[in-house]
Ligand binder design. Structure first.
Ligand SMILES: *Cc1c(COP(=O)(O)O)cnc(C)c1O
Length: 414
């Protein structure tokens, strides 16, 4: 049996533990929802005040140049690139994940339309995050060229589903609900073997697991900065276009920020060279600036250290729940195999929603996703081993005492 002192000893030996100081978390809260909205870096408050009071308030429009506003999507992209296994000049932080996915998919279909016009299938998983499926459906319906979005029911079915009709395989690397992590190299190879391109969504991977987009054969990728990267609510997302694909890269959202010479104010669109052509229009500068505060924390460590602690935290949580809550109807949804696991753990419970509400009321913040799934995200930058022990202790008390209200009303966001 693992004890609380064991967990405290692990915290004392944890080289990432001091980074928690850089986050502002309310006292008495165990925050296990960084997979949905990362916690706030303390630096974000002073940075926001500076952007608003000085850059905007005093320097006004000159800040586009003097404060580097115009270059910010590229500068932050370069700062993020090492976490993705990407290179300088291949990533921009911009727009939303949904919008960037639309651009990447449109570009991939455009690539294929030249080389292999008969390919009409986009293959993804039914369990993918809905917006990814909706964006693919929206794009293909709009194009009206016979494209079809085909959904498969499990990762195992992908091998049988990808074929010579497939234009694009579009996968989310770590599943938002189950925490299942795809083998990026194997899935990219599968797509390429059939002549398809592969677009990866890294929403639950960036800042959570080590990534090697080049080494693993990805063609395009997008992802989110407000989850594990701690960029703040609704912070701009990112898109990766590898250098070898940039010259051909075309997408329909050809706004002026992607123009070769935006201030020439020319009536015709001509894409700029490089990753800048993935941009569309004016970016939310205050929000972009917050992304840097999150990335600055990552610059003080590396993804190998983060991954080692993430696996230790999720292993500990699984072990403790299974040891201490064994008499309750909890079902582990997340893979036990390390290589197949992201940085979250999901358990089903017949009253999952009510149990999660009771946990939140006692300061253990996770969230709930249909059907019956309680999600717990583990962010090594600010979660301790003692937090894990305490969260399981509270879960055990709630379950033992049946201290949850199964008629609890649901908020708009679960
Ligand atoms: C969180 C998440 C999104 C969010 O998309 P938005 O455009 O930011 O709303 C998209 N896809 C996946 C897989 C996600 O996990």
């Amino acid at each position: 049996m693992i004890s609380r002192p064991d967990c405290l000893a692990r915290d004392a030996a944890d080289t990432l533990a001091p980074l928690r100081e850089q986050f502002d978390l309310p006292a008495g809260v165990i925050y296990l929802d960084g997979n949905s909205l990362g916690a706030r870096p303390k630096a974000a408050l002073t940075r926001a005040a500076d952007v608003i009071a000085r850059e905007w308030g005093k320097d006004l429009i000159t800040s586009w140049n003097s404060a580097g506003w115009f270059e910010m999507p590229k500068r932050l992209g370069n700062q993020l690139a090492p976490l993705l296994g990407a290179r300088d000049g291949e990533v921009v932080v911009t727009d939303t994940t949904s919008i960037n996915l639309f651009k990447a998919l449109a570009a991939a279909l455009h690539d294929q339309a030249g080389a292999a016009p008969g390919r009409k299938l986009i293959i993804t998983e039914r369990s993918n995050f809905p917006t990814d499926i909706y964006m693919a459906q929206g794009l293909t319906n709009w194009l009206e060229r016979g494209y079809e979005v085909r959904l498969v029911d499990s990762p195992e079915q992908l091998a049988g589903a990808v074929n010579a009709d497939t234009a694009v395989v579009m996968l989310t690397h770590v599943n938002y609900r189950t925490g299942y992590q795809h083998d990026m190299a194997a899935m990219s190879a599968l797509a390429h073997q059939h002549g398809a391109l592969i677009v990866w969504d890294l929403a639950h991977s960036a800042g959570a697991v080590p990534l090697d987009l080049h080494g693993d054969g990805a063609d395009y990728a997008v992802g989110c900065t407000y989850k594990y990267l701690n960029g703040g609510p609704g912070a701009p997302a990112f898109i990766w276009v590898p250098q070898r694909r940039q010259e051909k890269f075309r997408h329909p959202l050809s706004g002026w920020w992607g123009h070769a010479n935006p201030f020439a104010m020319a009536p015709d669109f001509a894409p700029t060279s490089g990753i800048g052509r993935a941009l569309c229009g004016t970016q939310p500068i205050t929000s972009l600036a917050m992304v840097e505060c999150g990335l600055d924390v990552f610059a003080q460590t590396d993804m190998a250290a983060i991954r080692a602690k993430s696996l230790a935290l999720t292993d500990l949580f699984i072990d403790l729940v299974e040891q201490r809550c064994a008499n309750h109807p909890l079902g582990l949804v997340t893979p036990r195999e390390h290589a197949r696991r992201g940085s979250q753990v999901s358990f089903t419970h017949p009253h999952g929603y009510a149990v999660m509400q009771a946990l939140i009321a006692r300061g253990v913040i996770g969230d709930y996703r249909e059907p019956e799934i309680m999600r717990f995200g583990f962010t090594p930058l600010y979660t301790s081993f003692a937090d894990v022990w305490d969260a399981v202790e509270i879960l055990k008390q709630i379950l033992d005492d049946k201290a949850y209200d199964i008629s609890a009303a649901r908020g708009a966001v679960t």
